[in-house]
Structures are given as C-alpha cells and as structure tokens.
Design a protein. Structure first.
Length: 293
C-alpha cells in the first residue's frame, strides 16, 4: 500500500550518497507513490541513473537528467513539473528520512486538512546518540506556522510536505536560501494552513552550519539571505517591519555562525569512529526519534 505523495530528490554529483537517501524512502512504513530523481547536470549522472534504476517497481521511480547545472531550485522545479501526486515531499540526496516520516506527516496532513508541514531534523546523525525514543503516532504535537515564525528559522527542506496545488516554483536566481525564500512566498501569497510537527523525522550527515556543501561558504549564505529579504520586500511578500527584523537578525547572527564554525573545527576530533553509527546505531535513529525541542 502506498500513499498519494511524490518525492522530489535533486542530485548533483551525488552518486556516493543517493542510495542511502533512496533506501530511506523505500524503507518507509507507508511508502510514497512516486520518486523523481532530478540530476542537475552532474558528470556522474549515469551512476545516479543506474542507482535509481536498481530499485524495485513497488514505488514508481523516474530519473530526469538536466543538461546543465543550474542549481537545486531549477532541479526541484523540473521535478514539480513532472510529479503527479496530490502531495509533494522534498528530500536532498545526502539526507535520509526516518522510517515513519511519511506515515506521521502524511497522516496528519490528510486527517487535519493541512496544506503545508515541516518537522524536526537531526543535522548530523553520525554524532547523534544511538538510543532512539519511540514515536507516539496517535497525537504528535505541532504548532501553527506563519511567515513571522518562518522569519526566525529556516527549517531543513527534507522536512517539508505540501499540497501540490498550493506549491509555487523556487526562484531559479537563487542557489542558496532558495528554499526559505520559497516558503516565505508561499505563506504571503495565499491562505495556508501550515504546521510544524514537533518530531524529528529526518536527518543528515553533516554539521548544521559550515561543514560541507553550500553551507560551507558562510559569506555566500549571508549575502544570499540578505538578498532574499530584499527580494521578498520588493515583491510584497514581507512587510517593512519583517524586513527590518529579518535583516537585523541576520546581521547579528552572521558573526556568531563564523565563530561557531571556527570553534568546531578546533574541537571536533577528526578521527571520530562512525562505523558503529553506519550500522545499528544510525539505523536505530532512523527508526524514529522525538524532537529534542
């Protein structure tokens, strides 16, 4: 049995991590109906295609290749054009879902007629504790979302599920902060019933800030956030007060992020053994864990 969810996974030189992400989708206690793997002009696209093709047909999986590298925004938009289900969920190719993610999130959205939802995210499963707490499916706690609440935090994209008819395209001009900008536009352009589910239902394998990938360039992230705020203001998606609050917070937080990364690179042991987490411990965590917040 599957549910009416399309999963969009943008990939760029991700053949080394894609299988782990796809495994987490195929391991869902309530699997989605389809997966769209969109390669963003990678030179290893054939390896990614073969990985996608190796999975069974109980979930409809499509591999789409883009000729040029144009960023995750464009790749996700290609996936949006091709998907067919009523709900859309996003997953990055270096992240993974816990096994009950779809069951909990989709179930709540259908039952309570929710348009948009996010949930907790464990940034680095390699250093997470191995003991996972059991998810209580009956009454997961949640809080309502608004543009003001989203202004204060950019939740991880692999936590998002949205009613397809409510979705708007990602801004192709942005390669950083494109997801946050999109969520802000969603809540400003239409009347959305959105919630934040207070459970961690997905996780990654890198530090939250400054470890690898695009988040490594803190300066570029800072510039992108400031530009996104300007575009949101000029486009009427946020008020002047929201713009001033947002820019003030970003200016204050940027040097703190730089300091945190500097301290982390000095204090985290480089040779930390993660073999045990790649087996039993990480799999236990993927079985479900309450959000620490």
């Amino acid at each position: 049995m599957s549910c009416d969810v399309s999963v969009i996974i943008p990939v760029y030189k991700s053949s080394a991590t894609l299988r782990r992400s796809l495994d987490s989708v195929y391991s869902q206690s309530l699997p989605p109906r389809e997966i769209l793997v969109v390669d963003d002009g990678s030179d290893d696209w054939e390896q990614s295609r073969q990985i996608a093709a190796s999975y069974p047909s109980n979930i409809s999986i499509h591999f789409i290749r883009c000729e040029r590298n144009e960023g995750a925004s464009v790749a996700r938009n290609v996936g949006l054009e091709a998907c067919s289900c009523r709900y859309i969920a996003f997953l990055d190719s270096d992240d993974a879902w816990f096994k009950d993610k779809v069951k909990v999130q989709y179930g709540m959205m259908v039952r309570d007629e929710i348009d948009f939802s996010m949930h907790g995210f464990v940034p680095d499963l390699r250093y997470a504790r191995s003991e996972a707490e059991t998810i209580q499916h009956a009454q997961p706690r949640f809080i309502s979302l608004s543009s003001w609440r989203l202004l204060f935090k950019n939740h991880a994209t692999p936590t998002v599920m949205i009613l397809r008819e409510k979705m708007v395209p990602f801004d192709p001009l942005f390669r950083r902060c494109e997801d946050w900008k999109c969520w802000m536009e969603l809540f400003s352009r239409q009347d959305l019933k959105g919630v934040y589910i207070r459970l961690s239902l997905a996780g990654g394998f890198k530090s939250a800030v400054g470890a690898s990938g695009l988040t490594r360039d803190l300066k570029a992230m800072h510039v992108a956030k400031m530009l996104a705020l300007k575009r949101l203001l000029s486009g009427g998606s946020i008020t002047l007060v929201q713009y001033l609050v947002g820019t003030g917070m970003e200016i204050a937080m940027y040097p703190i992020r730089v300091l945190r990364v500097a301290l982390r690179t000095r204090t985290i042991p480089k040779g930390l053994d993660t073999k045990s987490l790649s087996g039993g411990s990480a799999n236990t965590i993927l079985a479900g864990r309450k959000d620490p917040g």
